[in-house]
Ligand binder design. Structure first.
Ligand code: FES
Length: 150
């Protein structure tokens, strides 16, 4: 066990867990931030995507020892009332089907649009291709990212 000071969604937390605990489980089990989802557990599906210093990362594959002193943002932290432009576009396009992967999709999209606020279709598809959706909502995801960019 080791002690860590975490910065999550602009709040500080002191946490004591073993150093190989993936940050996903710290968020879900210790901080009760349940928006970040477990999918594959091996960095392949994107359901667990969060931002680390603004970069999208797979929280299932990152031990807490590698994220201390960095700023973490989860889906709960991107807006106060679900009104981030990406979230609004998601609602307008009615993107989710089962919804399970959507937090990860939105976290990838928000980080992408920060870097590229006016992407074309190819750039959107390229940015989002690592986030898997079992319901195949890919066309709506692409439309929503384009909508959020306008
Ligand atoms: Fe982390 Fe699939 S649960 S990438």
């Amino acid at each position: 066990m080791a002690k860590y000071k975490l910065q999550v969604n602009n709040k500080s937390y002191d946490i004591e867990v073993s150093e190989d605990t993936p940050i996903l489980w710290v968020l879900r089990d210790h901080l009760n931030l349940l928006g970040t989802k477990y999918g594959c557990g091996i960095g392949q599906c994107g359901a667990c995507t969060i931002h680390l210093n603004g970069e999208p990362v797979r929280s299932c594959s990152l031990p807490i020892s590698s994220v201390a002193d960095k700023s973490i943002t989860t889906i709960e932290g991107i807006s106060e009332a679900g009104d981030h432009p990406v979230q609004l576009a998601w609602k307008e396009i009615d993107v989710p089907q089962c919804g399970y992967c959507q937090a990860g999709q939105i976290m990838t999209a928000t980080a992408f649009l920060e870097k590229n606020p006016t992407p074309n279709s190819d750039e959107i598809r390229d940015a989002m291709h690592g986030n898997i959706c079992r319901c195949a909502s890919y066309n709506r995801i692409e439309k929503a990212v384009a909508k959020a960019a306008t």
